[in-house]
Design a protein around this ligand. Structure first.
Ligand code: ADP
Ligand code: MG
Length: 326
């Protein structure tokens, strides 16, 4: 993103291409069903565009928060969505409306909802390892594309990764760029804090944030998708923070029952305290757990395939390293 579009606040973009409409949202859209989700300052509702009959998700963002004008934060969120227009795994932005109190983002509707639901579901509805491989690959491609554009998301968690469809399992859409930042001015960003369970040690220690910060969160996300358990969650915030800063992770057989050792190796390449030693999104896409599976693209019956399908050209296991003589 060109520097001229950066505003005074670190890593924030201040200009957008999208025309902000000031005519009435409700003249053009009908809100249907109950709300899709809500955060601290936003409500998201499903709506139908009257002219086309198409479904969308409308995110209503309050401009005033805690007595402060936050319009520039919303403009930044719009700018980042614009910059990710060609990213297949980022939700697309259709239109923007503004009223006295709110800005409304009309987004592509992700009908499958949050991956969070399958992460905590009973085993018959939860993801298989094959599902997780395909979805994590999509997250990585999406995030590699963001990072290539110097955008860091900084709030990657199962509530911000949605599915186009849940049955059959569709494709992922990354949403919620409310905490995202642009890194191209190379200034240090230190001020942001995401969701406790998913934040990287450098965030807790008030050290510089970088693309590696997102990679930590992808490590946590993958852990949760495979095991249904949150690796750092403690009984309270302090305990969670301590678990993160000590990288106190349970990789035991009980937690990872039926999960391949390649998957654990993948997670271990991300849950590394030193951000410089963490795998990048590009490196992760090339990791054998993600890259060496037989059916990379969406396939309705992929869940029926065995997790470890034998392949002719690739031996299943590397030869054991020679152990030193005793
Ligand atoms: P917040 O900044 O308040 O967290 P999000 O953009 O994450 O706002 O939206 C809140 C929730 O609304 C999401 O976690 C998700 O459940 C739902 N949601 C957001 N965008 C969409 C969408 N495009 N399609 C379907 N549901 C959505
Ligand atoms: Mg969110």
């Amino acid at each position: 993103m060109p520097d001229s579009r950066m505003s005074g606040k670190k890593g924030m973009v201040s200009s957008i291409r999208t025309r902000i409409r000031t005519d009435s949202f409700s003249t053009n859209y009908e809100i249907v069903g109950k709300e899709l989700g809500r955060g601290k300052f936003a409500v998201v509702k499903k709506c139908i565009e009257k002219a086309t009959g198409k479904e969308h998700a409308a995110k209503f963002l309050r401009k005033r928060r805690k007595g402060q004008d936050c319009r520039s934060d919303i403009i930044h969120e719009i700018a980042v969505l614009e910059s990710a227009e060609s990213n297949p795994f980022v939700v697309s932005l259709h239109e923007v409306y503004e009223t006295a109190a709110e800005i409304i983002l009309v987004l592509e509707y992700a009908a499958g909802g949050e991956i969070f639901h399958q992460c905590v579901a009973d085993s018959d509805e939860s993801f298989t390892e094959q599902d997780v491989i395909r979805l994590v690959r999509q997250i990585l491609v999406g995030v590699a594309c963001l990072h290539g554009n110097n955008v860091v998301h900084l709030d990657l968690k199962p509530q911000n990764v949605l599915l186009t469809c849940s049955q059959p399992l569709g494709d992922i859409r990354i949403v919620d760029f409310g905490l995202s930042r642009c890194m191209d001015d190379m200034t240090e960003v230190r001020e942001i804090i995401g969701t406790p369970e998913y934040v990287a040690p450098e965030v807790l220690n008030y050290e510089p944030i970088s693309t590696a910060t997102d990679m930590w969160s992808i490590g946590v996300l993958t852990y949760v998708m495979l095991t249904g358990e949150s690796p750092f969650l403690g009984d309270n915030k302090q305990e969670t923070f301590l678990n993160i800063s000590q990288v106190n992770v349970d990789y035991s057989q009980e937690v990872f029952e039926g999960v391949s050792s390649l998957a654990i190796d993948f997670i271990k390449s991300l849950l590394i305290k030193d951000p410089r030693r963490r795998a990048t999104a590009e490196e992760c896409v090339a990791h054998p757990w993600v890259s060496e599976h037989p059916h990379p693209q969406s396939h309705p019956h992929s869940t029926l395939l065995p997790t470890q399908e034998p392949k002719t050209n690739h031996p299943e296991s590397e030869p054991e390293p020679e152990s030193p003589a005793h």
